[in-house]
Every structure is written in structure tokens, then in C-alpha cells.
Design a protein. Structure first.
Length: 334
């Protein structure tokens, strides 16, 4: 019995070391992630206990009941053991039921929206994420900004194919499906910047369909909302256009000196007047068309279908006007 117990401790110790020494899960950044990770460890502890029991009995049997090399006889025929059968039915029943109960509690608490929750529309399209805040009209952003400690309902849509929203620190994944509305509930609990990753193979740009979720203090978040709202509704189209350009991460792909961006994925927007001339269109019409219907004219040397096709429709008319104005005045200056 003592050696069986010793083997159990050794096997369980090895399994526990593997479970604890490796960073299996990211550090949680939401209340929901904390509960999900609690459930994970609850199940892991049960698994380690069972693994230790089975491993110890197996190792003990191999050592103590090993047949001699020339022993061809059958073992004794044993038929039934009511006591043992009751235990090996009862214990798994209790364990599986308890996992079910704890899971149900975690699920229902994770789904419960808090009072005064924040709604955020998440739009996925090949190959970009965009976020809008229906409680602050016209506010859109290429990064997901959230206040810490407030319940948030993400309302997900796709404009083309199936994508999947995932922030590993939030421990939840949700598909975005064309024609359907899906939801995730998150209560950010830790300040920081966390990657937002698309986890559904959605086309050529799948691997670059990323942005970040930024969890801010409530005060910083409110300040950001107020500042953005003021900027995008500014009567000065330079200010409003610059905010729209920045919020929608145009600079992730395009160079525009006035905005301080130097990316080379898409055409250099400093050269917009020259491109308009090549396309044979007046500059304002060309700039607008390139946003609303980017495939209408493709600048030689750049691939088709990379600029989000429906980007223009996610902007209000006022935002689109401001952006066009901003591009025209910036490119002329640049
Ligand atoms: Cu969108 Cu992968």
C-alpha cells in the first residue's frame, strides 16, 4: 500500500509539474477569462488525480505482478467485484456532475451583462477589423478601445466571409458570420494592449487580419470618446478627416506625410494628384471613388482586392466628405 501511494505521488507530481511549469494560458484580462481559467484548472486538478491513480496502479502492477519469462499459464479468473464497481461508477459520476455544475455556473455568469453595459459593433471584412460605438454616434475605430471594469457587449457582423474574433487574454472566441449577428460579452479587468486575431481562414490576407484591443481606465476611455467625437464632428474638415484617417488605420497600409505614416502596402497617398491624372479623373471624384469602390481603378504595381471593398460604407457621409477633403489638401501639400 505504501509503495502504491508513493508511486501515486510520483506520477501525480510529474503531471502537476507539467501543468504548472509551462505557460499553457495567457494571463487573463477579463472577469470572464478569470472564470474560464478557474474552470480549466478545476478540470486539470481532477485529471491529474485520476492520472496519478491509474498511473500508480499500472506501474505497481507492472513491477509486482510481472510473470516470469517462461510462465505461460493464465492468470486466475476473477468475476465481478461489486464494491469496486460501485466506487468506479460513483466517483466518476460525482466528478463529471461537478464539472457540469461548475461549467453551468461559469457560463451563466459570463453571459450575464452588467448594469450600464457598453455596446460595441465589431465589423469584420477581408482583411480588417473595425469597431463602432453606437452610443457615441459616428465614432469608429480600427482598434478596440474598452474601459476597464465595465461590462461590454460586442455585437459582431461580417461583410463578406466567416471570420473569427479572438483576444487570447479574454479567453473567448466568436465567429462573425455573414447575415448573422453574433455576440460576446467581456468585462475587461486589466489595463493593457492585447492582440485581436482572426482565427478563421478567410482568404489571402487572413494572417494579417489583426489589430489590438486597448483596455483603458474609465477616465481615459471617456476622454478618448469625447476627444474623438469632437474631432470627427469638427466643422474643420482637416481635423475631422485626419481623425477619420487615423481611427480607421489608413496609415497601416498607406504613406501620407501629413499624417506621419509611411506604410507601403497600398499606393502612396502623397501622390494622389498624379494617380488621379493617370486615371483620368478629377481629384475629388478619384479620391472618393478609390475609397468607396477601390477596385474601380487599380494603380499599376498594386494588387486588386486588398483595400477593403466596403470600407466606404462604414463611414457616415460627413466622415467620407471630411476624409476626401483631408486627402486632397494633404496630398497637395505633401
Ligand atoms: Cu478574417 Cu481570417
Amino acid at each position: 500500500m505504501a509503495s502504491l501511494l508513493g508511486l501515486g505521488i510520483v506520477v501525480g507530481g510529474i503531471a502537476a509539474a507539467v501543468a504548472l511549469a509551462l505557460p499553457w494560458l495567457p494571463k487573463p484580462a477579463s472577469n470572464e477569462a478569470n472564470r474560464i481559467q478557474f474552470l480549466f484548472w478545476f478540470v486539470v486538478v481532477i485529471c491529474i488525480a485520476i492520472f496519478a491513480l491509474v498511473g500508480a496502479v499500472m506501474a505497481y502492477s507492472i513491477i509486482h505482478f510481472r510473470a516470469d519469462p517462461d510462465d505461460d499459464s493464465d492468470g486466475p479468473s476473477i468475476h465481478g467485484h461489486t464494491g469496486l464497481e460501485i466506487w468506479w461508477t460513483l466517483i466518476p459520476t460525482i466528478l463529471v456532475t461537478s464539472i457540469g455544475i461548475v461549467s453551468a455556473i461559469v457560463l451563466s455568469r459570463d453571459d450575464a451583462l452588467g448594469k450600464n453595459y457598453l455596446r460595441v459593433n465589431v465589423t469584420a471584412q477581408q482583411f480588417a477589423w473595425s469597431f463602432s460605438y453606437p452610443d457615441s454616434k459616428g465614432l469608429t475605430s480600427g482598434t478596440l478601445r474598452l474601459p476597464r471594469g465595465r461590462s461590454v457587449e460586442l455585437i459582431l457582423h461580417s461583410k463578406d466571409v466567416i471570420h473569427s474574433f479572438w483576444v487570447s487574454e479574454f479567453s473567448q472566441k466568436q465567429d462573425t458570420v455573414p447575415g448573422l449577428t453574433t455576440k460576446v460579452h467581456i468585462t475587461p479587468s486589466r489595463l493593457g494592449t492585447f492582440p485581436v486575431i482572426c482565427t478563421e481562414l478567410c482568404g489571402l490576407g487572413h494572417s494579417v487580419m489583426r489589430t489590438v484591443a486597448i483596455v483603458m481606465t474609465p477616465a481615459a476611455f471617456n476622454k478618448w470618446v469625447a476627444g474623438q467625437t469632437k474631432a470627427i464632428t469638427s466643422p474643420n474638415s482637416g481635423v475631422a478627416g485626419a481623425a477619420v484617417f487615423k481611427n480607421n488605420q489608413c496609415g497601416a497600409c498607406h504613406t501620407l506625410t501629413a499624417a506621419g505614416t509611411a506604410a507601403k502596402v497600398g499606393p502612396d497617398l502623397d501622390k494622389l494628384p498624379a494617380y488621379a491624372q493617370q486615371a483620368g479623373k478629377p481629384l475629388p471624384d478619384f479620391a472618393r471613388q478609390s475609397i468607396v469602390d477601390p477596385n474601380a481603378y487599380i494603380q499599376p504595381g498594386f494588387p486588386k482586392n486588398v483595400m477593403p471593398q466596403t470600407f466606404g460604407t462604414s463611414l457616415s457621409k460627413q466622415q467620407l466628405d471630411a476624409l476626401v477633403q483631408y486627402l486632397i489638401s494633404s496630398s497637395k501639400r505633401g
